[in-house]
Design a protein around this ligand. Structure first.
Ligand SMILES: NC(=O)c1ccc[n+]([C@@H]2O[C@H](COP(=O)([O-])OP(=O)(O)OC[C@H]3O[C@@H](n4cnc5c(N)ncnc54)[C@H](O)[C@@H]3O)[C@@H](O)[C@H]2O)c1
Ligand SMILES: [Zn+2]
Length: 355
């Protein structure tokens, strides 16, 4: 188990998080624990609950169940389980689980200690870190939520074994995003790995690099008053695609398409070199992630983007790369420009977009 210094709390990365459970419990000052988990990771959660001598409650989750209704169920479980402010809540599963259980823990009795146990690549590399919790509401991604730091984050590398290949690939979209933000070294490493079968990737290293990038950015801007917005690279488009597609396009895929869209905007807004954009598109495709989206109405996507949390006064604001390793946030773009980009991502990349 290695410990990465997070923004005020440690990120513990290892094959068996059960070994760290006692330490996390001690750190929280809590007297006892309860484990809430996605039922798809029941096996891992049982080991955790045993180590924490805690009751385990399994939930049927998924993006469509990332709702206030499921939060209400989690609150009921906490109440009936006798949880109070001296109870540490472990929330185990993918990004839906860590966001949702984190939200429930942050509002139950105005907040009880929480530790996410990330079991998907998305959750390990991104969702469980940074203290953002929440659920979807009125077809808007993460509309209801809180900022609340966990006691510690556990990344369960041992859980990777039971992830399907498609889920590993989905997670890589966030890792590519982190590498575009971080720069040449991590980006080049992903390019070198792209042809390797997903099961043979050095996940510990790849996840660690993404965790470090995220921690560095979050530490400088915990409440997203500024620079933390760069982590939304690809997400303004991505979230719009997810909600217009009624969450039938998974998050990572939507982010991959969004990364291409953000790159196209970078080309249009000046600064991003065509060769760098081509590298990003080529890497996403080499990994097997989609870079085009068909059958979604341009109007609907634009409207969804206007409802994004990052929009201000209905004006669209984007995160745009100007180089690999240099990403700007709060970039304005006219409707016409955005429409052009949306038209482009409805088609496969042209020769100029591939290296
Ligand atoms: N809070 C943040 O900063 C932040 C950042 C990025 C993403 N997110 C959120 O994360 C969510 C996406 O995360 P996700 O892709 O992990 O979604 P998810 O939690 O739905 O997990 C994807 C699928 O994998 C299953 N799963 C998880 N771990 C498994 C394992 N070890 N073995 C087998 N199956 C497993 C889940 O049950 C689910 O079916 C989105 O809702 C997104 O908004 C939040
Ligand atoms: Zn994301």
């Amino acid at each position: 188990m290695i410990a990465i210094e997070g923004p005020g709390y440690p990120i513990l990365v290892g094959d068996d998080p059960a070994v760290a459970v006692r330490d996390v419990l001690a750190r929280s000052g809590a007297q006892r624990a309860i484990v809430l988990a996605d039922r798809n990771v029941a096996g891992r959660a049982k080991l955790l609950a045993r180590a924490a001598e805690a009751p385990l409650v399994l939930f049927k989750l998924g993006e469509r169940r990332k709702t206030l209704r499921t939060v209400a169920r989690a609150l009921e479980v906490l109440l009936h389980g006798g949880a109070d402010r001296r109870t540490l809540v472990f929330g185990a599963g993918g990004g839906v689980a860590t966001d949702l259980f984190g939200f429930a823990a942050s509002i139950y009795m105005r907040g009880v200690p929480f530790a996410p146990v990330a079991t998907s690549v998305v959750a390990m590399a991104d969702a469980s870190i940074g203290g953002k919790t929440g659920v979807d509401f009125a077809a808007r991604k993460n509309l209801a939520g809180t900022f609340r730091d966990p006691v510690a984050v556990l990344c369960d590398l041992g859980a990777i074994e039971t992830l399907r290949r498609a889920q590993l690939r989905e997670g890589l979209a966030e890792i590519v995003k982190a590498a575009v933000i971080a720069g040449e070294e991590p980006f080049g490493r992903l390019e070198a790995l792209a042809a390797t079968p997903l099961r043979a990737w050095p996940w510990d290293e790849v996840i660690r690099a993404a965790v470090e990038t995220k921690c560095a950015i979050v530490a400088g801007d915990r409440l997203e008053a500024g620079r933390r917005e760069v982590l939304n690279l690809g997400h303004t488009f991505g979230h719009a695609i997810e909600s217009v597609a009624k969450f039938e396009i998974p998050h990572g895929s939507a982010v991959a398409i969004g990364l291409r869209a953000a790159g196209l905007l970078g080309l249009e807004q000046g600064g991003f070199a065509a060769a760098d954009h081509a590298r990003v598109v080529t890497l996403l495709q080499a990994i097997g992630l989609p870079v085009r989206v068909r059958g979604l109405r341009r109007r609907a996507l634009l409207n969804a983007m206007r409802g994004d949390k990052k929009a201000r006064d209905g004006r669209l604001r984007f995160v745009v790369p100007s180089a690999i390793g240099n990403v700007r946030f709060g970039v304005d773009a006219s409707d016409e420009t955005v429409e052009r980009v949306l038209d482009a991502v409805a088609k496969p990349p042209g020769d100029g977009e591939r290296s």
